[in-house]
Design a protein around this ligand. Structure first.
Ligand code: NAD
Ligand code: UGA
Length: 451
C-alpha cells in the first residue's frame, strides 16, 4: 500500500520504517529540513536499537523516501498517518497545533479519498477537530473529496521501538460507522494484516474510545510506578526491602511483574505530559482526577529523592565536593533526555554547591545540548562530561546511578572503590543487592532498600 507518514520523529520514523519493512511504499514527511537531509544522507536522527538497519534496508530497496514536500506527501499515500508531536501547552493540555496543521495541509492538497490516521497521542475529540479542519480546507478550495479520520494510537516504548512495533501486543483502531469509516477500517485491516496472522491483535472501537485508550494505558503505567515509588519511600523508613515486595506482589497474575520498579521517578516525553493532559481533559469536564494528580505529585517528588539522599549523607552544603553520575537518558537504550530524572539530580547537586562528572553510554551529545539549556555558564562549568563510566569516579565522594544501562550492571567494583574518595553508591534503579554491596565494602543506598 502507499502510505504517508507526517512527522518523522520517534513514532513517525519507526512507523514508516516498519511499514516499509512489511513491503509498503512509504513517504515520510517532516518540516525539519535538517532531519530530512540527514535521513537522505543515510544518517539517523535518534538512537533506537535496530532502526538504522531497517531504514537503510528499505531505503536501498526504494520502499521509503524522506521529504519536506507537502504536496507530494499528500499525493502519495491513500493512508496518511499523522505522527507529529503533541507537547504540553502552558496549562498542561495537549498542544494540537502540529496535528491540526498537518490535517490542514492534507485538506489543502487532497483530490481523492484519503484515510487520515491520528497516530499521535491526542485528547478525546481530536478526531472531530481533524475532521473539521479537513472539511474547512476542502470547502475553501471547493473540492468534494471523501475522507475518513481514524484513531490508531501508538504503544511503542523508546529503546525497544522497532521490536514493539513489529510485535505489538495490541493494535487499537477507532473508526466511525459511516460508509467512509467502514472503507477506512477495511484499509487499516489490510495494512495491519501481517501482524494478525497467528492471532487477532486488533481491537476495533469508536474514535473517541481509541483516543482515550492511549491515555488510559499511559496513566495506568505511570500510576503503578508512582505507587511503587511511594511504597519504596515508606519501605526506607520502616526497614523493608521494596524489591522483595515487588516480587511478592508481582507474582499475583492480577498484578503482574511489569512496571513495578521503584526508582528515580519516571521521565520521557510521554508519561509526564500524558498524565497531565488527561487531568486537564477531566478538568474541562468538571472532574478532578485525584489519583492522577497524586501520581504526578509523587513523581515530581521522586525525581528529588536521589539528591535528597546525597544531601542527607553529605550535608546541605556540598561546596568543594565532587560526585560521579552514571546514566543521563530518561531510560536505557535511548539518547532521549526529555524530562530525564538526571537533569533534576544535576540541578540539585549544583544548587548545593557541588561539582559533578557525568556519563551516559549514548546520550552524551544530547546531554551537552540539554544541560547547556538547563544551566547557567557558571553551573555548566561545574559539570564535566566524562569519556567513560570509570572516568567519572576520580576524586568523587560518591557514585550516583540514575539510569539502568546494561553496561552499569556488573562494573569492576574494586576499580570503583579505588577511584572514589569514599566507597558510597546511591543507586537510583536498584541494580545491586545491598548485602553484596556491604560485603564488597560499599556504603549502599538504594531506593526502598534500607533493610
Ligand atoms: P517527535 O518530536 O520525536 O517527532 C515529531 C516530528 O513531527 C518532528 O520531527 C517534527 O519536526 C515533525 N512535525 C511537526 N509538525 C509537522 C508538520 N506539520 N508536518 C510534518 N512534520 C511535522 O515526537 P514523537 O516522540 O515521535 O511523538 C509523536 C507523537 O506520538 C506524540 O503525540 C507522542 O505522544 C506520541 N507517542 C510517542 C511515543 C514515543 O515513544 N516517543 C510513543 C507513543 C506515542
Ligand atoms: C511509554 C510507554 O511504556 C509506551 O507504551 C508508550 O507508547 C510511550 O510511553 C508513549 O506513549 O510515548 P517510554 O516513555 O518510551 O514508553 O518508556 P517506558 O519504558 O514506559 O519508561 C518511562 C519511564 O518510566 C522511564 O523513565 C522509566 O525509567 C520509568 N519506569 C518504568 C520506572 O521508573 N519503573 C518501571 O517499573 C518502569
Amino acid at each position: 500500500m502507499k502510505i504517508t507518514i507526517i512527522g518523522t520523529g520517534y513514532v513517525g520514523l519507526v512507523t514508516g520504517a516498519c511499514l516499509a519493512e512489511l513491503g509498503n511504499d512509504v513517504f515520510c514527511l517532516d518540516v525539519d529540513q535538517k532531519k530530512i537531509d540527514l535521513l537522505n544522507n543515510g544518517g539517523i536522527p535518534i538512537h533506537e536499537p535496530g532502526l538504522e538497519e531497517v531504514v537503510a534496508r528499505n531505503r536501498a530497496a526504494g520502499r521509503i523516501q524522506f521529504s519536506t514536500d507537502v504536496a507530494a506527501s499528500v499525493a502519495h499515500g491513500e493512508v496518511q498517518f499523522i505522527a507529529v508531536g503533541t507537547p504540553p501547552d502552558e496549562d498542561g493540555s495537549a498542544d494540537l497545533q502540529y496535528v491540526l496543521a498537518a490535517a490542514r495541509n492534507i485538506g489543502k492538497h487532497m483530490t481523492g479519498f484519503k484515510v487520515i490516521v491520528d497516530k499521535s497521542t491526542v485528547p478525546v475529540g481530536t478526531g472531530d477537530r481533524v475532521k473539521t479542519a479537513l472539511r474547512e480546507e476542502l470547502a475553501a478550495r471547493g473540492v468534494d473529496a471523501g475522507f475518513s479520520v481514524v484513531s490508531n494510537p501508538e504503544f511503542l516504548k523508546e529503546g525497544a521501538a522497532v521490536e514493539d512495533f513489529m510485535r505489538p501486543d495490541r493494535i487499537v483502531i477507532g473508526h466511525d460507522s459511516s460508509a467512509e469509516g467502514l472503507q477506512a477500517a477495511a484499509l487499516m485491516k489490510k495494512l495491519y494484516a501481517p501482524f494478525n496472522r497467528n492471532h487477532e491483535r486488533t481491537f476495533w472501537m469508536d474514535v473517541r474510545s481509541a483516543e482515550f485508550t492511549k491515555y488510559a494505558a499511559n496513566a495506568m503505567l505511570a500510576t503503578r510506578i508512582s505507587f511503587m515509588n511511594e511504597l519504596a519511600n515508606l519501605a526506607d523508613r520502616v526497614g523493608v526491602d521494596i524489591e522483595a515486595v515487588r516480587h511478592g506482589i508481582g507474582s499475583d497474575p492480577r498484578i503482574g511483574h511489569s512496571f513495578l520498579y521503584a526508582g528515580a521517578g519516571y521521565g520521557g516525553s510521554c508519561f509526564p505530559k500524558d498524565v497531565q493532559a488527561l487531568e486537564r481533559t477531566a478538568r474541562q469536564y468538571q472532574q478532578d482526577l485525584l489519583i492522577l494528580r497524586a501520581v504526578e505529585a509523587v513523581n515530581d517528588k521522586q525525581k528529588l529523592v536521589l539528591g535528597r539522599k546525597v544531601v542527607q549523607r553529605f550535608g546541605a552544603d556540598l561546596a568543594g565536593k565532587h560526585f560521579a553520575i552514571w546514566g543521563l537518558a530518561f531510560k536505557p537504550n535511548t539518547d532521549d533526555m526529555r524530562e530525564a530524572p538526571a537533569r533534576v539530580l544535576v540541578r540539585q547537586l549544583l544548587d548545593a554547591g557541588a561539582t559533578v562528572a557525568v556519563y551516559d553510554p549514548v546520550a552524551m551529545t544530547e546531554a551537552q545540548r540539554v544541560l547547556a539549556l538547563d544551566l547557567s555558564a557558571e553551573e555548566l562549568a561545574r559539570v564535566r562530561f566524562a569519556a567513560s563510566a570509570m572516568d567519572t569516579l576520580d576524586g568523587a565522594e560518591a557514585l550516583v546511578i540514575v539510569t539502568e544501562w546494561k553496561a552499569f550492571r556488573a562494573p569492576d567494583f574494586d576499580r570503583i572503590k579505588a577511584a572514589l574518595k569514599q566507597a558510597v553508591i546511591f543507586d537510583g534503579r536498584n541494580l545491586f543487592e545491598p548485602e553484596v554491596m556491604a560485603q564488597a565494602g560499599f556504603e549502599y543506598h538504594g531506593i526502598g532498600r534500607s533493610i
